[in-house]
Design a protein around this ligand. Structure first.
Ligand code: CTP
Ligand code: MG
Length: 228
């Protein structure tokens, strides 16, 4: 079965506050999203990419193939889950509902090949999973006036990254249920948890950062060279 990767890239980058969505800002002279797509397309296990663009996106470079693999596009929606659903629906007929699909943020250009490979191998043994890393810092619950109200337990707390990998049909059903119930989810794994699944947490490198603010751009340029 062909393993495709849906790449949500329909966000507006409000926290970055740049003139264009953050996925199109230059990193080492090329658009951020190009680095992300290159890395995914270069992966031997990935058969094709489905990039989900924002309506009226005037920055998409029109990439149709990378490393000999098809790059298709679809249009996303207001929430990330809407964008992922649109991408899942637009996948080519070679992808069955029982096939696994990857979902990877356009804004994570530093993902490592070895981590993608480990996720694919381990999550396919169960009902799917995601890259992440155990929390390293002490976690505080903030209250009024910026005071620390309590210290939250750190054990068994993980940060969630992408890629995330699930069976296409099960992920579509989980995301539809979320949207029907008017619930917001911050990643695919949360939709799957709400549907009763228990996604496998696969530990990945912490340098798989989600570029969010201006400071992350310089860090991503540095990490791109180290994580190649
Ligand atoms: N995304 C999407 N559709 C949306 C919202 C987000 O496809 N409606 C994508 C973004 O383009 C990004 C990924 O989901 O690649 C992770 O989202 P995030 O880092 O929050 O990006 P933005 O929503 O663009 O940034 P911000 O929240 O600061 O506006
Ligand atoms: Mg966002």
């Amino acid at each position: 079965a062909a393993l495709w990767c849906v790449v949500p890239a329909a966000g507006r980058g409000t926290r970055m506050g740049a003139d264009c969505p953050k996925q199109y800002l230059p990193l080492n002279g090329r658009p951020l999203i190009t680095h992300t797509l290159e890395r995914l397309a270069a992966h031997p296990r990935i058969a094709g990419l489905m990039v989900v663009l924002g309506a009226g996106d005037g920055h998409w470079p029109g990439t149709a193939a990378l490393h000999g693999k098809p790059v298709r596009t679809a249009f996303g929606g207001a929430e990330r889950s809407d964008s992922v659903l649109a991408g899942l629906h637009a996948l080519p007929a070679e992808v069955d509902d029982a096939d696994f699909v990857l979902v990877h943020d356009a804004a994570r250009p530093c993902v490592r090949e070895a981590d993608i490979a480990r996720l694919i191998e381990q999550a396919a043994q169960v009902d799917g999973g995601l890259l992440g890393a155990p929390l390293r810092d002490t976690l505080k619950r903030a209250g009024e006036g910026g005071r620390s109200m309590a210290t939250e337990p750190r054990d068994q707390r993980w940060r969630a990254f992408t890629p995330q990998m699930f069976r296409r049909g099960e992920l579509v059903a989980a995301l539809r249920a979320v949207s029907r119930d008017g619930r917001a989810v911050s990643d695919e794994a949360m939709a799957m948890e709400l549907a009763g699944f228990r996604p496998l947490l696969v530990e990945g490198a912490e340098d798989n950062i989600k570029v969010t603010t201006a400071a992350d751009l310089a860090l991503a340029e540095f990490l791109l060279a180290r994580t190649a």
